[in-house]
Design a protein around this ligand. Structure first.
Ligand code: C5P
Length: 426
């Protein structure tokens, strides 16, 4: 992420939710990077943060009332959006998402959003049951289909004491997402880099694998691993946000299906391979699944029972298909194939070896194990990006940010190919 936000005008809508306090930090990060920030505080939002705190941080008046004679004559809800380069709604409550999805104009924020002609990024924040409610899912899908960008939400502990997806992304993650959008849509010669909401991977087909595989030993037991699927799902989401047509083939996970992504749930490596091959041809394959290397040679049809002598059963295993290898050598090989390498030691050497052995184009390597390098189930990842030409340390970032950075790299890759094809044609 190269651009700073100097001279970028951001209109931030703070709607009602406990996460509103995080928006104060977001304003601080944006201002520190040079952005001009104006705020609309909804009535709900003003129960969580005060207009005074918001205005002190923005160094601007705060807009709260559609019917304010003063605000409407001096600024007006139409001008608020016209003078912004980007509109950010954080936190975006289930209510404001529903208002946006249905085109309601009931207060200053929803009226401005309906009248907006600028890209919109929203950071949802709500109770997990509200987030997975069919009504919200339909609303979110409809906004995504209209090109509205999303940051989060994340899974985690909620203010109400429950746990699940719906937590607003951290201010730093939303800030990174804004910078990612800026890089994505920057117009080269414009003094004010304008963000466009036009998807950059439109017409490209992507296949992503995610999660673990479970290999049956008998009807109740299996060989599995600790993969949560968070990284693979985040990649599928980021690719879809960029406009790609995404098929996600996922092993068993507790995660909800990403929005706007064709998700195929499988259990075993063999099923995963079959689903991947059925998704071909495609342009991009990202293998983020932690596929079990082995499966039982002959899974028992009935539950294996302990016998009176305490005989320990001997497991006989056979090798599973290597999906990344097979896709890399496939007659319908995608133009770009990327894999992951989780290692407990010698991360870079092993990853470079894997790049050659698997025949893929990129490897994203990370260290697993150790107190600060758990990776499995975590929201953060520290990734090294390895291609035949480069080794790039991406540093520690959220799994969503890794998804976005990888998606950006994929967009750059296809842009370069298109450039070469145009040059050759001239
Ligand atoms: O060989 P290893 O499991 O370390 O390689 C990791 C990479 O290979 C990951 O991208 C993983 O998704 C992929 N892989 C695969 N099928 C396997 C084993 C690994 O696609 N059977």
């Amino acid at each position: 992420m190269t651009q700073n936000l100097k001279d970028l005008s951001i209109l931030l809508v703070i709607s009602g939710g406990i996460a509103a306090y995080k928006s104060l930090e977001l304003i601080r990060l944006l201002k520190k990077d040079g952005a001009k920030v104006r705020c609309i505080l909804t009535e709900g939002g003003s129960h969580f943060v005060t207009p005074l705190s918001v205005s002190a941080l923005c160094e601007e008046p705060v807009y709260t009332d559609l019917w304010s004679l003063k605000d409407e004559t001096e600024m007006g809800h139409i001008r608020l959006s016209r003078e912004a380069d980007l509109i950010v709604v954080a936190p975006a409550s289930a209510n404001i998402i529903a208002q946006m999805a249905h085109g309601l104009a009931q207060d200053l924020a929803s009226t401005m959003l309906l009248a907006a002609n600028k890209p919109i990024l929203i950071a949802p924040a709500m109770n997990h049951a509200m987030w997975v409610n069919d009504a919200t899912c339909t609303n979110v899908n409809s906004l995504k289909n209209r090109g509205i960008k999303f940051a989060g939400p994340e899974e985690g502990d909620m203010a109400c004491g429950e746990h699940g997806p719906g937590r607003m992304s951290e201010p730093g993650t939303i800030f990174d997402r804004i910078k990612g959008l800026l890089d994505e849509g920057m117009t080269g010669d414009s003094p004010h880099p304008l963000i466009t909401s036009s998807p950059h991977l439109k017409s490209l087909r992507a296949l992503v694998t995610s999660g673990p595989t479970y290999e049956s030993l008998d009807p109740v037991r299996f060989i599995g691993n600790r993969s949560s699927g968070k990284q693979g799902h985040a990649i599928a989401q980021a690719l879809a946000d960029f406009g790609a047509d995404v098929t996600l083939v996922s092993g068993p996970t507790a995660l909800p299906d990403p929005f706007g992504v064709r998700t195929i749930r499988v259990e075993t490596a063999q099923e995963m391979l079959a689903a991947c091959e059925a998704a071909l041809p495609c342009d991009i394959a990202v293998c983020a699944a932690a596929v079990s290397d082995w499966r039982a040679s002959a899974p028992a049809e009935q539950k294996i029972k302990k016998d009176a002598e305490g005989t320990i059963p001997q497991l006989s295993l056979k090798e599973n298909p290597d999906i990344l290898y097979i896709l890399s050598h496939h007659a319908q090989r995608p133009a770009l194939v990327a894999g992951f390498a989780a290692e407990t030691q010698g991360v870079l050497e092993h990853a470079k070896g894997k790049l050659a052995r698997k025949g893929c184009d990129w490897i994203l390597a990370n260290q697993v194990g150790g107190d600060d390098k758990k990776v499995f189930g975590e929201d953060e990842n520290h990734v090294y990006f390895i291609s035949a030409k480069t080794t790039d340390d991406w540093g520690a970032m959220s799994k969503s940010a890794v998804g976005e950075r990888l998606t950006q790299a994929i967009a750059d890759y296809f842009k370069a190919i298109k450039g070469q094809m145009n040059d050759a044609a001239e």
